[in-house]
Design a protein around this ligand. Structure first.
Ligand SMILES: Cc1ncc(COP(=O)(O)O)c(C=O)c1O
Length: 428
């Protein structure tokens, strides 16, 4: 801590210096992490986030603004995710917290301690299980990225608190067989959560972009809750997601409330206590500013770009995993070292996410990629050619959310990687 505070201009300069090494997402160089909307929209969303950065979403009595932003965002999302269906929502800080809240609801409503998931379900489910004392039964998916319905349903037993599916799953962008599994789970009296962190505000607009109609919300019989991130394809600021429960009772089980504390009654609808109203204001603004027309137009752009990219990549000899319906997909490099192709792209200035099983590069397409898709296809042809010519891989091994240096990402290495985020950071 400096003895005296720095001048604001110096600190603003530091923002520039510190972010100098950040991935160039504005230039469309990354395929994950930042979901961009047009400049006029992004600026409005930024304004909303900044305007309400200090208000506290913990107290809706003190801040009725928070109640309005959150509940109106929930109902706008619900109207497209589960049209004409009454749902009971909560507002959270993101996909992981939404899963945490949903898993708690199933644990506390059933008293059971097990969940059944395809192994492609996001680790946020696993994390919720670990924090809340549940065990996970993983069903390994096939080469199309999808679980076998019979195998999944057969895994439901007397201790099953819930089944968790994805729309779509992050690794391959494919949507689990929701209707079939939901019907079977319902027959067995077991609830089913759909993690639509990615697809919640994208899939409803897919038919308008020439894609299939895919049901995934509580309007599908047997789906008892769904989570949708506003900070992904909702184009809000970071820190915003909603869970829509099919019943008020299930939502009650998601809450944490306490009485008897000298500080007064405590009631929290999410894991965290103090929450930025800015994230809710930004989410509300993002949705209200785009409306159906705006989302449809962005989905059209993403789908058009995704198709161009996929054609370019398959034309260069790469292979899609399964049949991903939206702008999220993985490609393998048959006959070539994945790391050689990925590092060829990294050398050309692209931030490439890779995954292990099968070895593949992972892409999430954003509207900004429309302008760089041709450049990327050109570069991928060159990178493939280099890999065929035997140019060796170089650079770190990339994986989801982290960049691992120094070998296979074992649990110990990942913990040391996290230490590295906080240790030896130097002084301002
Ligand atoms: C399908 C899915 N679920 C959950 C999450 C976790 O979301 P968050 O990082 O907002 O906690 C992600 C993140 O990418 C995701 O893709």
């Amino acid at each position: 801590m400096p003895e005296q505070g720095f001048h604001p201009d110096q600190l603003r300069d530091s923002w520039g210096t510190y972010s100098g090494g950040d991935v160039d997402w504005r230039g469309g160089r990354s395929w994950s992490l930042v979901y961009d909307s047009p400049a006029w929209h992004a600026e409005l969303v930024d304004d909303a986030a900044a305007r309400f950065a200090h208000e506290n979403g913990l107290s809706h009595s003190a801040f009725p603004s928070a109640a309005r932003f959150e509940s109106e965002t929930i109902s706008m999302v619900s109207s497209v995710v589960a049209p004409d269906t009454r749902t009971y929502g909560v507002f959270t800080s993101g996909g992981t917290e939404s899963l945490m809240v949903a898993v708690k609801a199933y644990r506390d409503s059933t008293g059971r301690r097990e969940m059944v998931l395809p192994n492609t379900a996001h680790p946020g489910y696993w994390k919720a299980a670990a924090y809340l004392g549940l065990t996970v039964r993983h069903i390994k998916v096939g080469s199309d990225g999808l679980p076998n319905v019979t195998e999944l349903v057969d895994a439901i037993g007397p201790e099953t608190a819930m089944v968790g599916l994805s729309a779509p799953c992050f690794p391959f962008g494919v949507v689990d067989p929701i209707e079939e599994v939901a019907a079977a789970a319902q027959e067995r009296g077991v609830g089913l959560h759909v993690d639509a962190a990615m697809g919640g505000l994208f899939l409803p607009f897919l038919p308008g972009a020439g894609g299939p109609t895919i049901g995934f919300g509580p309007n599908v019989p047997g789906v008892t809750s769904v989570s949708v991130d506003l900070h992904k394809y909702g184009y809000g600021a970071k820190g915003a997601s909603v869970v829509l429960f099919a019943t008020r009772e299930l939502r009650h089980h998601s809450y944490y409330v306490a009485t008897g504390w000298p500080g007064g009654a405590y009631a929290a609808s999410a894991v965290v206590g103090t929450r930025p109203v800015g994230a809710a204001a930004a989410a509300w603004t993002a949705v209200a500013a785009l409306g159906h027309e705006g989302y449809q137009s962005l989905v059209n752009t993403v789908m058009d770009t995704a198709r161009r990219l996929q054609e370019g990549m398959t034309g260069a000899g790469l292979q899609l995993v399964g049949s991903p319906p939206m702008g999220v997909f993985a490609v393998t490099t048959p006959g070539l070292e994945l790391s050689a192709v990925a590092s060829g792209l990294q050398r050309r200035g692209w931030w490439i996410d890779t995954q292990d099983d099968p070895p593949a590069m992972h892409f999430v397409v954003f509207p900004r990629h429309a302008a760089v898709a041709d450049r990327f296809v050109h570069d991928i042809r060159d990178a493939v050619q280099e890999a065929e010519d035997g140019v060796a891989a170089s650079g770190p091994q990339a994986s989801y959310g982290v960049m691992v240096r120094g070998g296979e990402p074992t649990e110990q290495l990942l913990k040391e990687h996290l230490d590295g985020r906080f240790d030896n950071q130097g002084a301002a």
